[in-house]
Write a protein that binds this ligand. Structure first.
Ligand SMILES: O=C(O)C[C@H]1C=CC(=O)O1
Ligand SMILES: [Mn+2]
Length: 372
C-alpha cells in the first residue's frame, strides 16, 4: 500500500535581511518565505519553500498568492493521492492549474523531500545523482552605497566566502550606475570577478550605451538588461557585444528556452526552481540549454535554506554550470528557521546530505517568525 498524502499546510514566514538589498524595482528589508509541510500516512513530513522578491514587484506571484493558491486549489488536488509518484502528482497539477510556478515549486520540493525520506536517499539522488558536492557561490553587492559595497566585497574575499560579485543596476541614472560599477571593478581588479543584473530596467538604446561602458570596465556577464518580453532585443544585444548576456526573467522554463534558442540567442540562462515550477522543470530547461550550446547559471529567488537546498540538489545533478551559482539567499537573512544551516566555505557551499533535502525545521524559530 503506497503512502497517501494526508495534509498540506502553508505558513508565511517573515525574516529580516542583514542590510537593505537594493534592486531596480524594490529595496528589500525582509524576505517572506512560504513554507509548505506535506504529511503522509506513513508518518513522513516533506518540506518545501516558495519565495519571490518584493511582493509583486518581481513576478506575478506574491507570497500571499502562493499561500492562498496552494491552500485553495493545489493542495486539494494532491490530498488523498499516493505520495510516491511525483511525475503523476505533478502531471495532475499540470492538468488543473495554470501558471503559479513558485507555488508548484514549493509543492514539488515537499514531494521530493518526502519521497527521499521514504526511500532513504537525497533529493539529488532522486534526480539521478550528484555530479558535484561543492558549488561555487557569488555574492550580490546591493547596499546602495559604493564604498559600503567595496568594503563588503573585501570582507567576503578575506573570509574566503565569495570571489565573484554581482551588482544590481537600473535604480539610478545610467551615469551614476556606471560610475558605481567602474569604482567597484577598479577596487576589485585582479582579485574578483564582477557581473551585473539590470532586472529589465533599461530600454534597448540605454542598454547599448550601458553595455559598451560595462564591457570596457571589465564586467564579465550582463543579466537581463531589458524587458523579459523583448526576446529579439536580448538576442540583438547578445550578438552585438563580446560580453555575454545572461537571460533571467526572459527564461522561466523550457518553453522560453526554446523561444530564445530559435530567436538565435547566445549567452547563458539563469536557472531557478521557482521560475520553472520546481527542480525537475529547471533541469529540463538546463538540458534544453545544453543541447543548444547555452551556458548555465544556478539562480536564486533569494530563498531561505529550504529553497536554496532544493536548488542545490538540482544544480548538483548537472555535469557543468559554466557561470557558477548565486545560492547565497540564507546568508542575506539575519536568522533561519532550520536546525542546521548550509555550510558555506572556500567560495562555495556544500550540497547538504540527505535523506530528502537534508534540512530540518527549527520549530521554535519557525513559530517566532511566522505570521499569525
Ligand atoms: O536575479 C535576480 O534578479 C534576483 C536575485 C538574485 C540575486 C539577487 O541579489 O537578487
Ligand atoms: Mn536576475
Amino acid at each position: 500500500m503506497p503512502a497517501i498524502i494526508e495534509s498540506i499546510t502553508t505558513q508565511l514566514v517573515d525574516l529580516p535581511t542583514i542590510r537593505p538589498h537594493r534592486l531596480s524595482m524594490t529595496t528589500m528589508a525582509c524576505q517572506t518565505l512560504v513554507i509548505v509541510r506535506l504529511r503522509t500516512s506513513d508518518g513522513i513530513e516533506g518540506i518545501g519553500e516558495g519565495t519571490t522578491i518584493g511582493g509583486l514587484s518581481y513576478s506575478a506571484e506574491s507570497p500571499e498568492s502562493i499561500k492562498c493558491n496552494i491552500d485553495a486549489w493545489m493542495a486539494p488536488l494532491l490530498i488523498g493521492q499516493p505520495a510516491d509518484n511525483i511525475n503523476a502528482l505533478m502531471a495532475r497539477l499540470d492538468r488543473h492549474v495554470r501558471g503559479n510556478a513558485i507555488a508548484r515549486s514549493a509543492l514539488e520540493t515537499a514531494l521530493l523531500d518526502s519521497q527521499g525520506k521514504r526511500l532513504g536517499v537525497s533529493v539529488a539522488e532522486l534526480l539521478g545523482g550528484a555530479v558535484h558536492k561543492h558549488l561555487a557561490v557569488l555574492w550580490t553587492l546591493a547596499s546602495g552605497d559604493t564604498q559600503k559595497d567595496i568594503d563588503e566585497a573585501f570582507q567576503r574575499l578575506d573570509e574566503r566566502r565569495h570571489q565573484q560579485f554581482k551588482l544590481k543596476l537600473g535604480a539610478n541614472a545610467l551615469r551614476d550606475d556606471l560610475r558605481h560599477v567602474e569604482s567597484i571593478c577598479a577596487a576589485l581588479d585582479g582579485r574578483a570577478g564582477v557581473q551585473v543584473d539590470i532586472n529589465q530596467a533599461w530600454d534597448e538604446a540605454t542598454a547599448v550605451q550601458g553595455i559598451a561602458a560595462l564591457e570596457a570596465a571589465g564586467v564579465a556577464l550582463i543579466e537581463q538588461p531589458i524587458s523579459a518580453r523583448n526576446v529579439c532585443g536580448l538576442t540583438r544585444l547578445a550578438n552585438r557585444f563580446r560580453v555575454p548576456m545572461l537571460a533571467d526573467e526572459a527564461v522561466q522554463d523550457t518553453g522560453d528556452g526554446l523561444t530564445l534558442l530559435s530567436a538565435g540567442f547566445s549567452g547563458a540562462f539563469a536557472l531557478k526552481i521557482a521560475k520553472a515550477g520546481g527542480p525537475r522543470g529547471a533541469l529540463a530547461l538546463a538540458r534544453t540549454a545544453q543541447a543548444g550550446g547555452i551556458g548555465l547559471y544556478g539562480g536564486t529567488m533569494l530563498e531561505g535554506t529550504i529553497g536554496t537546498a532544493a536548488s542545490l540538489h538540482a544544480w548538483s545533478a548537472l555535469p557543468s554550470l559554466e557561470w557558477g551559482t548565486e545560492m547565497f539567499g540564507p546568508l542575506l537573512l539575519k536568522d533561519d528557521i532550520v536546525t542546521e544551516g548550509l555550510r558555506y566555505h572556500e567560495f562555495g557551499v556544500d550540497l547538504p546530505r540527505g535523506p530528502g533535502l537534508g534540512i530540518a525545521l527549527d520549530e521554535d524559530r519557525l513559530r517566532f517568525y511566522s505570521r499569525p
